[in-house]
Design a protein around this ligand. Structure first.
Ligand SMILES: [Cu+2]
Length: 499
């Protein structure tokens, strides 16, 4: 069964409809912090890793103020939480080697953190406890770090269920030496949205965790009722939550943002999936996309008609703009809904908000489609085998790694200089976008050839995905599913350096 509830206040056996309301839900705290090995994180080991990064001597400063905000999403307004009253929050942009200094003033009523997703940065600035302390309500903290590689990144809290509110910003690291092979740049952030307009993330989580969810006879869940469809790309179920809205750059489809360019211009799209529970299939009507990179690392340029992005993944693509108005459509996989924005290069009208371009069903790029360029491929040998068995079931909502939820986790351990093979073995019937902090890994395809370099990779139901990485960044690093609800339910462990 792969269907979700359709309407009303239904909790279903397989899913939760965020438009509904549940009374009396409680916030469930996430897992405990784990002490670092060897009595703490040696400052010299972190300093050594930092010294190995390039440094320009320049500092780029920014301020983020996470706090309550009433956001205009187009046809609706949402009382929620956001950075600096914007959705997405303000772009943070620097060159490779610049010091990035971001002061976070926490105006939320709860602790927060800012995790710099995908950046192989110093461990004490990662923005995930225990490596970096959380910021208390009313408190302030300045993250200072440099990025060793260019690319498309983003930032979000690593605290509780705050990945499902309006707290996210794009982070772009430029390489000044990169030849400008495009005329314009379009940053595209995708999201699934309920905060302030449907159930709160805490209500959704309580509903998903409710032991009575199965067989309690709530309305709504019957196979075929919902107009929902299974996702072949994801190997079945598209997610746990049906959202009231799906957004591109903070707007609903009926009030989409428009990116203006000239016909014939080469546009670099930087597509970021900031959703909590939704994978998106993205296509630009009337255009092919040339994929040039993912998760901050170049791939051999490859043409596709559409692209699959799990939560936390990024893709960089080049399109040559046609003449007219073209919807960029992000189809919520298995959820029968779309998000969209518009590319406009000439006068014209756009199709209706629910329009689905034919490109969505042509050649869809997934992780298996791409390969890292040879200069960024990692060595093909390894001297350590690490394993992450992914388990859990929707009805029990007991997501775990190696049989343990985060509050009982056994760290994966590694030593500096080791080259590790990490095998994700998915023993569940749900896809999991697995994310490793502080490193990027080389995906190894089923035939043994090199896939792309990534920090977040979709592992389909019952699939095994093998990746390889080099232990060059001392610390205590999170390894987790980027489904915000799976993560909070315990699908997280740590990678810890022991020497
Ligand atoms: Cu998951």
């Amino acid at each position: 069964m792969t269907r979700k509830a359709r309407a009303g206040t239904a909790l279903s056996r397989r899913g939760f409809l965020a438009a509904g309301l549940l009374g009396g839900a409680a916030v469930v705290a996430c897992g405990r912090s784990t002490p670092a090995p060897n009595g703490g994180t040696p400052a010299d080991a972190i300093a050594a890793a930092e010294a190995a990064r390039p440094h320009t001597g320049k500092t780029v400063s920014a301020r983020l103020a996470p706090g309550p905000a009433v956001l205009d999403l187009g046809a609706i307004t949402a009382p929620t939480q956001a950075y600096n009253d914007q959705l997405p929050g303000p772009l943070i942009r620097a060159n490779v080697g610049d010091e990035i200094a971001v002061t976070v003033d926490n105006a939320l009523d709860r602790p927060t953190s800012v995790h710099w997703h995908g950046l192989a940065l110093r461990n004490d600035m990662d923005g995930a406890a225990p490596a970096t302390p959380e910021i208390a309500p009313g408190g302030s903290f300045t993250y200072r770090f440099t990025s060793p590689v260019p690319g498309t990144y983003w930032a979000h809290p690593h605290t509780g269920l705050d990945t499902d509110v309006g707290l996210y910003v794009p982070v772009i690291i430029d390489d000044p030496a990169e030849p400008g092979r495009y005329d314009a740049e379009w940053i595209v952030m995708l999201d699934d949205w309920t905060s302030g307009v449907g159930s709160s993330p805490e209500q959704i989580y309580a509903g998903l965790r409710s032991p009575g969810m199965s067989g309690r006879g709530h309305m709504g869940h019957m196979p075929g009722m919902g107009g929902e469809s299974a996702s072949d790309l994801l190997g079945g179920d598209g997610g746990d939550v049906s959202y009231p809205y799906y957004l591109v750059n903070g707007r609903v489809p009926a009030a989409a943002t428009t990116f203006t360019a000239k016909p014939g211009q080469r546009i670099r799209l930087r597509i970021i999936n900031a959703a909590a529970d939704t994978a998106f299939r993205v296509a630009l009507a009337g255009h092919r996309m040339t994929v040039i990179g993912t998760d901050g690392f170049p791939v051999v340029p490859t043409d596709v008609d559409a692209l699959l992005l799990g939560m936390g993944e990024r893709y960089d693509v080049i399109v040559t703009a046609g003449d007219g108005v073209f919807p960029l459509v992000a189809s919520a996989e298995g959820k029968n809904a779309v998000a969209r924005a518009l590319l406009s290069t000439a006068a014209g009208s756009s199709p209706p908000p629910d329009y689905r371009p034919a490109e969505l069903n042509r050649r869809v790029g997934t992780v298996d489609t791409f390969a890292a360029t040879t200069e960024v491929q990692l060595p093909s040998t390894s001297d350590l085998a690490l394993h992450a068995r992914l388990s859990g079931a929707m009805m029990r909502y007991d997501w775990a790694i190696n049989g343990r939820p985060y509050d009982q986790h056994v760290p994966l351990t590694i030593q500096r200089g080791q080259r590790a093979t990490l095998t994700f073995a998915n023993a569940s019937m749900m896809f999991h976008p697995m994310h490793l902090h502080g490193h990027t890994f080389q995906v190894i395809k089923a035939d043994g050839s090199a896939g792309p370099r990534k920090d977040t990779v979709i592992v389909r139901p019952m699939q095994t995905v093998t990746v390889r990485f080099v232990a060059d960044n001392w610390g205590v690093w999170m390894l987790h599913c980027h489904n915000g609800y799976h993560m909070d339910a315990g699908m997280m462990t740590t990678l810890e350096y022991t020497g």
